[in-house]
Each structure stands twice: as C-alpha cells, then as structure tokens.
Design a protein around this ligand. Structure first.
Ligand code: PGA
Length: 240
C-alpha cells in the first residue's frame, strides 16, 4: 500500500488526476473503474482540464462504474448515471457506448447483477478509483459478515443513507437499495486508487490501514491488494 499525503482536497484531486492521466497516456484503451460521491468530483474536474488542454484523449477509454441506486432512472439528477455525465462524460471525448453502469431500473435484480458481472469479466479494469464510506464501504459494499463476490443488490445502512441525504430533498427520496460491484470484483482491478479527504474520514482511514481485515470494515481488504495507492489529505491522515 502506498500512501501519498496531499495537502488538502484540491491537492488530492490533482494528484489523483495525474495518476489517472498517466494510466491513460501509457495505455490509451485503459478500462477505468470509476466512482461517484463527493470525493472524485475534483479529480474529474482536473481530468476535464487536462482534456481541454489537449493532453488527454478518452476516445479509446472504457469506464465501468462501481454502483447505482435502485429505482432511479438515468434522467434523475441523483442517479449515478446522471452524475457521471454531468461531472465527466459530457466534457470529454469518451464514447457513450464505452461507459458502463448498473441499470437502476432493471426489473430483474439477479439478471442485472449477472449482466454487470459479464461486463466486468469482458473488460478487466486497469485502474479502479474508489472513495471511502464513513463506515468503511467501498462501492456500496456495506459492513457485513462476509466479503461480497460479484455484483449484488444491497440495502444501504443508516450511516450511508444519512451521509447521502445531503444530495436529496427529503429522507423519503433517498433510495434505500443499490446495485454495487462486489468486493471480489473490486479487488480484481490491476491497480486501485483510493482517495480520501476530510477529518470525518480519519478514523475509518486509520482502521482501513492499521485495523484487522474484516468484512465489518469492507475497505480493510485493500490491505491484501498488491497495487493500492491511497491519496489522502492531511485531515484524513490526522489520526495516523
Ligand atoms: P463521498 O462518499 O465521496 O461522498 O464522501 C464516499 C463513499 O461513500 O464511497
């Protein structure tokens, strides 16, 4: 595990974008596992900046997103499909047909999980970007008594629902279930880039790095991956 200490959120975003840009430069047809939430927004802004400067080309890049809320159509401004378009895809030359994300409106949950697993198998990820949930989740893999394998439909915990409430008008509007890439699939990415910012993440980041490997802290499994880079700001590293 390599830990890169960033000064603050903007610095973390610049460093993370540089790592992703290097990946795309070295392998223009890279498959990127992408993430949503507050953490990667700055990273995506930096990538857009590089694209506009003419130093990055997304025309051969594929993206495979981590998760999607169940029950939100693509057009819903809180869906992760929408998030990706607004925060990255609409601003760079990635091809729409090369962007994959679970379908939150799928009628058959099992069939959707199976469909997504096939996509993950077809397009092994060169780099997986991750944020870190306050309860240690990665993707939407919440604390559990086992590590999940493939794509699964999960019930969000109260902690996650509360953390996400800032994006919704009312508690009722927050989805309570989501499709997520499984832990095993996340671990199959060649390289993992975990970004963490803020004092509120300091205790869980400490547990991830120094605590026991347990499905109660799903991100702790990253200790077993042989190519993990953690880019964290000083606030997030303040308990280390
Ligand atoms: P955040 O969420 O980036 O909005 O803090 C991280 C996560 O829940 O994975």
């Amino acid at each position: 595990m390599r830990i890169i200490r960033a000064k603050d959120y903007d610095d973390m975003s610049r460093i993370a974008a540089n790592i992703i840009a290097a990946q795309i430069t070295l392998k223009p047809d890279s498959v990127l596992g992408l993430a949503t939430g507050g953490t990667p927004v700055g990273t995506y802004k930096e990538l857009i900046k590089k694209y506009n400067e003419g130093v990055l080309d997304f025309s051969e890049v594929r993206s495979v997103n981590l998760d999607e809320y169940k029950g939100l159509p693509k057009e819903n401004a809180q869906s992760y499909d929408y998030f990706m378009k607004v925060n990255l895809f609409n601003h760079v030359n990635i091809k729409e047909e090369n962007c994959y994300i679970p379908n939150g409106m799928a009628e058959d949950d099992d069939a959707e999980c199976h469909r997504y697993d096939e996509i993950l198998e077809r397009f092994p990820r060169d780099l997986q970007l991750l944020g870190l949930g306050l309860n240690g989740h990665i993707g939407f893999n919440e604390p559990n008594d086992h590590f999940s394998k493939g794509t699964n439909l999960i019930q969000l915990t109260q902690s996650t629902i509360e953390a996400n409430s800032r994006f919704f008008d009312s508690y009722e509007a927050i989805p309570k279930y989501a499709f997520t890439m499984g832990i095993k699939s996340i671990m199959q990415a060649r390289k993992i880039l975990l970004c963490v910012s803020g004092k509120h993440k300091a205790p869980i980041l400490r547990d991830l790095i120094h605590g026991p490997i347990t499905p109660q802290v799903p991100a702790s499994i990253l200790q077993l991956h042989n190519d993990v880079i953690i880019v964290a700001d000083e606030d997030a590293l303040s308990l280390m």
